[in-house]
Design a protein around this ligand. Structure first.
Ligand code: NAD
Length: 291
């Protein structure tokens, strides 16, 4: 049994923490939302009233927060993880944030004898609920090995991909691919419908050919039906496209299609679709087409 402090009990963190409880670990959770903390307590974990209480005496601290300012506040801030966790604690940040923040957090933590992994995930709310997430991990190999049993509780495809920040780079690559595929599936639907072709029938046959992909498999019916309940919000994907472009700049590479996808996602936000699922990129293409 591992004593785990879990901070950030939202759409993803809540089911992940519950799986860790079910696996027999002692999970003490904190979230700014009291309702989220109560949810953990109801599933057998312990609720904490502040970060310090969640991390006191923990072997492992897991954070699953929206973006880098939240991670900086929770980990580096007064009353945060570094100020309260024991030396030797392993901090696993599973949020999607900029690689440079993951590196800065690892450096600051090392000064306090706290080890860090960046371990963002892919698979969405369904993957979190079904404990089938893909987990891409940056940091020391030995720390990855010690965390692997915990990753296996919440994930299925788990890989150590390099040093601190590398997990976030792989996640950025995931997000540019997912955004691009959603954009193109939307364009395919608009083209077929504007040409008088039934889009559902068209996508069904495409899903059996070279264009087959998981987004076509999982989302083509809801996209054609214009059901855009999140899932993963356009607002969060906008954040992730910013991370991908910043990572491209840091690596000194040109990613023109990623830039275009980032602008499509930004247009979705500007059109008022930020709280819809990212499959609502279809609505952006429709509007650009005057439909
Ligand atoms: P969410 O907004 O549902 O959950 C984040 C939680 O963090 C919320 O409950 C919020 O109250 C809490 N929080 C914010 N600031 C806090 C603070 N200072 N102290 C304590 N708690 C705080 O978001 P989510 O969908 O669970 O996403 C979490 C991370 O996972 C994000 O980085 C996101 O990009 C990534 N992610 C999400 C999905 C998805 O499908 N939702 C998939 C893969 C990765």
């Amino acid at each position: 049994m591992t004593s785990i402090g879990f901070i950030g009990l939202g759409i993803m963190g809540s089911p992940m923490a519950a799986h860790l409880v079910d696996a027999g670990h002692q999970v003490t959770g904190y979230d700014v939302s009291a309702e989220a903390v109560q949810r953990l307590a109801a599933s057998g974990g312990r609720g904490a009233a502040r970060v310090a209480e969640a991390v006191a005496g923990a072997d492992v601290v897991i954070t699953m927060l929206p973006n880098h300012p939240h991670v900086e506040e929770v980990v580096l801030g007064d009353g945060g993880v570094l100020a309260n966790a024991d030396s030797g604690t392993l901090l696993i940040d599973m949020s999607t944030i900029r690689p440079e923040t993951s590196i800065a957090v690892a450096e600051a933590a090392a000064e306090r004898g706290i080890r860090v992994l960046d371990a963002p995930v892919s698979g969405g709310e369904a993957g979190a609920k079904q404990a089938s997430l893909s987990i891409m991990v940056g940091g020391e190999e030995a720390d990855f090995a010690s965390a692997r049993p915990l990753f296996e509780v919440v994930g299925r495809t788990i890989a150590h991909v390099g040093p601190h920040g590398a997990g976030q780079v792989v996640k950025a690559a995931n997000q540019l691919l997912v955004g691009g595929i959603y954009g193109l599936v939307g364009e395919a639907i608009v083209l077929m419908e504007a040409s008088g072709v039934d889009a559902k029938t068209g996508l069904d046959v495409l899903a059996g050919g070279l264009a087959a992909n998981r987004i076509l498999d999982l989302k083509r019916e809801t996209m054609v039906a214009r059901e855009f309940t999140p899932g993963f919000r356009i607002d969060l994907h906008h954040k992730d496209m910013g991370i991908a472009l910043a990572a491209a700049r840091a690596a000194d590479v040109s990613l023109p299609l990623t830039g275009l996808v980032a602008q499509l996602v930004a247009a979705g936000r500007a059109m008022g679709y930020g709280s819809l699922d990212h499959s609502a990129l279809l609505k952006v293409t429709e509007q650009l087409s005057g439909r």
